[in-house]
Design a protein around this ligand. Structure first.
Ligand SMILES: [Zn+2]
Length: 372
């Protein structure tokens, strides 16, 4: 049975950002590097963090690409070393947090990022990294408590670094910071959170505490996502969605499944991760349902659906109501790429924990169903 492990320190509520100086002191961090992205800066959130930190303003790396890269990690590392930093504060969505993890890894390890990918056995080489404190500004990825960092290497290859040591030491989850998130971003990141709950609940790994958290994630995200999209200033809805995202991240240790396996090669083409998951969930659920009927029934009950309702149909209608595309063709994907994408999906490590074994041919059918 896989390891059960909870190790994050989490400060969660409106106004939690004011706890930042004390939390950094607890970590022994005196000179943090702040890693963020231009959108977060434009939304005024960097200024709020700087205001929360009294004293000398920290160096800021704000060039996190929407899909983080090794080159960006090395540029941020140069800033980290140039200023004699001793820890990283990540402010943003999954990209900024993943980049911060990579910087903290490179700051304390020899070689380059390519040496630490899960595929090449690099996880065993990951020792203690520099302390990371994560402050999410979207409610979706759960990266603030997650153990993975996914980056694109200089050669174009995508790698996932996965280790318990990559989990941020502290997460400060302040729903105040998500109030200005635009509706489409709220919808896409929120569907990512929902997909984490659904996929980890259905995965083959046995981890009852994570399964319980996954169900709570599903209930919260399913109940509140529409409200958070339609009324972005609803503080209750924002609190609930940030909690659902956090719970989704806490369940990663129960692994995921075919939605994320099929989503990764598509994500490499530049499509938004959460949007892809929203599109892929219904066809993957239709594929998985015969293998796990009792779990599907439990998910439906959790969401308040009647036994006769179809979970996949319900998710498709929800996705449409919150303004997201429901088909890959709407993203402009070239259908000719499907066989190659299906092949790649079947080799993804997350495919191994899908409740129904999926071959490349299965992924082709799933992607074709997701296309039109
Ligand atoms: Zn995800």
């Amino acid at each position: 049975m896989p390891l059960i492990s909870y190790m994050s320190r989490i400060q969660f509520d409106f106004g939690a950002l004011r706890l930042l100086p004390g939390e950094l002191a607890l970590l022994g961090v005196q000179r943090p590097l702040l890693v963020t992205d231009p959108g977060v800066r434009a939304a005024g959130l960097v200024d709020r963090v700087l205001a929360a930190l009294d004293g000398t303003p920290p160096p800021v790396f704000e060039d996190t690409p929407s899909n983080p890269t090794e080159a960006a990690a090395e540029a941020a590392l140069a800033l980290y070393r140039g200023h004699g930093c001793d820890g990283v504060v990540a402010l943003g969505g999954g990209s900024a947090i993943d980049l911060a993890k990579a910087v903290a890894l490179l700051a304390t390890h020899p070689g380059s990022l390519g040496d630490y990918g899960i595929r090449g056995g690099g996880s065993q080489r990951i020792r203690e990294i520099a302390p990371v404190l994560a402050i999410p500004t979207t409610a979706g990825t759960g990266a603030e408590v997650g153990r993975a960092a996914t980056l694109t290497l200089k050669g174009g290859r995508k790698i996932a670094c996965v280790s318990l040591r990559l989990i941020p030491k502290t997460a400060i989850c302040d729903p105040e910071l998500t109030l200005s998130l635009p509706p489409l971003m709220t919808a896409a990141t929120g569907m990512d959170a929902l997909s984490h709950g659904v996929e980890s609940y259905l995965s083959t790994w046995v981890n009852p505490p994570a399964a319980a958290i996954a169900l709570d994630c599903v209930e919260r995200a399913g109940r509140w996502i529409e409200r958070a999209v339609s009324h972005g200033d609803d503080r209750d809805a924002r609190w609930q969605m940030l909690m659902a995202a956090l719970e989704g991240g806490l369940t990663f240790q129960k692994s995921l499944g075919a939605v994320h396996a099929a989503g990764h090669p598509l994500g490499a083409l530049g499509y938004h991760h959460g949007t892809l998951n929203a599109i892929l969930l219904p066809p993957v659920l239709r594929f998985n349902a015969p293998a796990v009927p009792e779990k599907i029934a439990r998910l439906k009950a959790t969401l308040g659906l009647a036994p006769a309702d179809d979970l996949a149909d319900w998710i498709e209608r929800l996705t449409r109501r919150i303004g997201l595309p429901t088909k890959l063709s709407e993203l402009g994907l070239d259908a000719a790429l499907i066989p190659e994408l299906a092949e790649e999906a079947s080799h993804e490590h997350l495919s191994e924990t899908n409740p129904r074994p999926a071959t490349a041919a299965d992924y082709r059918h799933i992607l074709e169903a997701a296309y039109v």
